[in-house]
Design a protein around this ligand. Structure first.
Ligand code: SAH
Length: 363
C-alpha cells in the first residue's frame, strides 16, 4: 500500500475536519511536485505531524539500493514493497529526454526463456500506487541529479507484463496523464501480446504508444521462447494489432531480442518483414542481454546490423536499442538480477551506505 493508492475522494474523507481546499492542495503537491504530504510547508504543522503518522499511507516503496553508472546517466533503483517483495525501476537520461522504465508486477508469469524476471516467476500485481510511486521517484531523482531537467518519458518495460495487470495499469495511466501531467504520447506500454489487453488499449481514451515483444515470426519458434504464444498465437495477435492501428491511427513497434542462430537468420527477417508490412510496424532490435538462467548467446553485433539493414532495405523503420545499464544489471530483461537474488529469502543486509530513504529523496 502506498499513499498514491488513495484517490482524491479518500483524501477528502481523510481530511474531512479540514478546510475543503486542503485535499486538493495535497493532491496537487504529491503529484505535481512529487513530494510527501508531511513535507508540504504550506500546511499547518499539526496537520503535517498527523499526516506523517497516518496508517493509510503504508510505507510505500522503500529504496533498498541504488546503482548508477558513473555519470548518473543510468540509475537502477531496487525497491522493497510492504510485503518484502522487491521490484526494480530504471531511470535513463539522454541529451533530449529522461525516461523511466517502470515495473508493473513483482515477478512475471509469462516465463519467456531469455528474461531474468520470467526466470524468477510471478509473485503479484503492483497496485496503482506502487506503479505511480516509481514515476514519482523518477521525477524527484531527475530533479536531484539533473537540475532543471524534467522526467519526460515513461516506458512500461520493467518487471512484469503490464497488460496482465491492466486494471491497475489503466488507472495509473490516467493519473500519470491527468495529475502528474505527462502526456500519453510520451508513454509506451510494452506487451508480450496479451490480446484482451490490446483490445482494451485500442479503445482507451488515451493515445499511448504500444510496443509488442515479438522475437519470432512463426508460431513454432515463438512458442519455444515465449510460452504465452500458445494461448495467443501470431495470427490472432496480428488481427488484434490491425484493429489497434485502424482504431487509433497509430503505428506499433515490434521488439526483437537478437538471439544467436535462433531468430537472426535470413528466414527470420523475411518472416518478420511479412508481418511488419500490413501494420507499417517499426522494429526495435534489442541486443540480447545475458541472464543467469539461459545459456544462449546474443547475436554478434555485425549480425544485428545486417539484420537491421535487410529490414531497412525492405522499407521497414528499424532501430537498434542501446544497451543502457548492462554494467549495472539494468538492461532489458536483466531486472530481478543479482542483488534481488542475493536478498530474496533473507533480510536485506547489504552495506547500509547504499540504503537511501525514499522520503529523503523526495524532499
Ligand atoms: N512484459 C513486457 C514488458 C517487460 S520486458 C514485454 O514482454 O514486452 C521489456 C522488453 O525487454 C521486452 O521486449 C522483452 O522481451 C525484452 N527482454 C527481456 N529479456 C531480455 C534479454 N535478456 N535481453 C534483451 N531483451 C530482453
Amino acid at each position: 500500500m502506498s499513499l498514491y493508492d488513495l484517490e482524491i475522494a479518500d483524501w477528502q474523507k481523510l481530511l474531512d475536519n479540514q478546510p475543503s481546499f486542503r485535499s486538493n492542495q495535497i493532491w496537487k503537491a504529491i503529484h505535481e511536485q512529487a513530494i510527501r504530504p508531511e513535507t508540504l510547508t504550506s500546511l499547518p504543522k499539526p496537520l503535517r505531524e498527523k499526516l506523517a503518522s497516518t496508517p493509510e499511507f503504508g510505507s510505500g516503496l522503500k529504496l533498498l539500493h541504488l546503482s548508477s553508472d558513473n555519470q548518473h546517466l543510468t540509475e537502477k533503483a531496487l525497491f522493497e514493497l510492504d510485503d518484502h517483495r522487491v521490484i526494480e525501476t530504471v531511470l535513463m537520461h539522454y541529451p533530449n529526454r529522461s525516461t523511466v522504465c517502470v515495473s508493473s508486477q513483482a515477478g512475471c508469469a509469462m516465463n519467456c526463456s531469455f528474461c531474468a524476471t520470467g526466470q524468477q516467476g510471478f509473485f503479484r500485481h503492483l497496485s496503482v500506487g506502487e506503479i505511480l510511486e516509481q514515476v514519482i521517484w523518477a521525477i524527484a531523482r531527475t530533479r536531484t541529479t539533473r537540475g532543471k531537467k524534467r522526467l519526460s518519458n515513461i516506458v512500461f518495460m520493467g518487471m512484469g507484463e503490464p497488460l496482465a495487470n491492466s486494471r491497475n495499469l489503466f488507472r495509473a495511466l490516467k493519473r500519470i496523464n491527468e495529475n502528474i501531467g505527462i502526456g500519453a504520447r510520451h508513454i509506451t506500454i510494452s506487451t508480450i501480446g496479451i490480446i484482451p489487453g490490446i483490445k482494451l488499449i485500442s479503445n482507451l481514451d488515451m493515445q499511448v504508444n504500444l510496443a509488442v515483444s515479438l522475437h519470432a515470426a512463426n508460431n513454432q519458434k515463438r512458442s519455444s521462447i515465449v510460452p504465452i504464444n500458445n494461448r495467443y498465437p501470431i495470427e490472432q495477435l496480428m488481427d488484434s494489432l490491425k484493429v489497434y492501428t485502424e482504431t487509433t491511427n497509430r503505428r506499433i513497434s515490434f521488439e526483437w531480442a537478437m538471439i544467436d542462430g535462433l531468430n537472426d537468420t535470413d528466414d527470420d527477417v523475411r518472416e518478420l518483414i511479412a508481418l511488419c508490412i500490413p501494420l507499417q510496424a517499426h522494429v526495435n532490435l534489442i541486443p540480447l542481454n545475458p541472464t543467469p538462467g539461459w545459456p544462449t548467446k546474443g547475436s554478434p553485433m555485425n549480425r544485428v546490423t545486417t539484420f537491421a539493414g535487410i529490414l531497412d532495405n525492405a522499407g521497414i523503420a528499424v532501430s537498434i536499442r542501446d544497451n543502457r545499464g548492462t554494467n549495472i544489471d539494468a538492461a532489458c530483461g536483466q531486472l530481478a538480477g543479482t542483488l534481488a537474488d542475493r536478498i530474496s529469502g533473507e533480510k536485506f543486509s547489504a552495506d547500509d551506505s547504499a540504503k537511501i530513504d525514499l522520503g529523503a529523496l523526495l524532499d
